[in-house]
Design a protein around this ligand. Structure first.
Ligand SMILES: Cc1cc2nc3c(=O)[nH]c(=O)nc-3n(C[C@H](O)[C@H](O)[C@H](O)COP(=O)(O)OP(=O)(O)OC[C@H]3O[C@@H](n4cnc5c(N)ncnc54)[C@H](O)[C@@H]3O)c2cc1C
Ligand code: FES
Length: 300
């Protein structure tokens, strides 16, 4: 079962847009702000844009980046940490992406400065569904937090009596950047590092286990989970939630070439209602899927 489809009002737009801020925020991790009103006004939690270096053919293909945050015209923060929470969805202008330096594109991107431009098209893909629960648990591994901030913020705006816990796992403390964005939006943050340099020594699944031991999940009020990160980690979270019959949405980060359904480079094995599976294009039918609809054995 795939999640919601892009609405007709969100026709992706190809454009060149100016960088207005760009800064390294953690080890190998950068945050970039683009002046891009149409994308800012229409992007929903979990959606992404395909981004290219403007006027360059190397690398040739655009790369997908999740929309991390959007800002209104009248709320331009002076510092990255002062991220305001737009609640009415109107008059948005700026889009923030956070990226990990992985290869050719992201390395070249680090050299761009405010005043330079990128080419991009979006918003693309479906989006997270706001779950009908009181407790939403966001689970991120590595750079997976980029798909989750807007979801937590929108959930809290729509469910004032609800609460959000953000669990984030990384190899080392140096890879955490701007955790305060989640705190400032009213989310409780729990961190785990594989080497114990910050937070719990272990994985995000340990964080979920710990919350269960602390009896944070009442039997009559199960939480919903939204997860993004490396496939192995998402498969482990999918199993943990399935064992407890908790609802879990995952945002897949399969490599993509076109982002608009033409090239089939992004397929993932998705199980249908009859129990058989077929490949689905994550750029147009995802990237967000019900975790139980993914054939993790064929994926990881
Ligand atoms: C919907 C979606 C949203 C994404 N959002 C973000 C984001 O917000 N921030 C961010 O940093 N990245 C994000 N990514 C991943 C990002 O698009 C890739 O890391 C991208 O390939 C980087 O480009 P590059 O040229 O720097 O590295 P490449 O040269 O493309 O890749 C470098 C290395 O990473 C490997 N690799 C490439 N893509 C993936 C992948 N998807 N999964 C695992 N390994 C991969 C390659 O095999 C290679 O070894 C997202 C991906 C998707 C599909
Ligand atoms: S990226 Fe081309 S079909 Fe999905």
């Amino acid at each position: 079962m795939h999640m919601s489809s892009p609405s007709p009002s969100c026709t992706p737009l190809y454009q060149q847009a100016e960088i207005v801020a760009h800064e390294q925020i953690a080890e190998s991790t950068w945050r970039i702000r683009i002046d891009c009103p149409r994308l800012a006004e229409s992007a929903r939690p979990g959606q992404f844009a395909m981004v290219r270096l403007a006027n360059q053919n190397d690398p040739l293909l655009a790369r997908p980046l999740a929309v991390y945050d959007v800002f209104r015209n009248d709320q331009i923060p002076e510092h990255w940490q002062q991220t305001p929470a737009p609640t009415d969805g109107s008059n948005q202008k700026f889009v923030d992406f956070i990226y990990a330096v992985a290869g050719k594109f992201t390395t070249a991107l680090t050299n761009l400065r405010p005043g330079d431009s990128v080419s991009l098209w979006g918003p693309l893909g479906n989006s997270f569904q706001n779950p009908a629960v009181k407790h939403l648990v966001l689970v991120a591994g590595g750079i997976g937090q980029t798909a989750l901030l807007m979801l937590g913020r929108d959930f809290l705006a729509k469910v004032p009596s609800g609460h959000v816990t953000f669990c984030w796992g990384a190899r080392h403390a140096n890879f955490f950047g701007h955790t305060e964005d989640f705190v400032n939006h009213g989310m409780q943050v729990r961190l785990a590092t594989l080497d114990g340099s910050r937070g719990h020594r272990g994985t995000v699944v340990d964080l979920l286990d710990n919350m269960e031991k602390e009896k944070i999940f009442p039997k009559n009020e199960p939480p919903a989970i939204a997860c993004c990160g490396p496939e192995g980690m998402m498969a482990a979270v999918a199993k943990w939630t399935a064992d407890r019959s908790f609802k879990c949405q995952v945002s897949l980060e399969t490599p993509m070439a076109c982002g608009i359904g033409i090239c089939f480079s992004c397929v993932a094995p998705i199980i249908d209602r009859e129990g058989s599976w077929d490949y689905r294009r994550t750029c147009i039918e995802g990237p967000v899927f019900d975790s139980q609809s993914i054939d993790w054995g064929a994926m990881v």
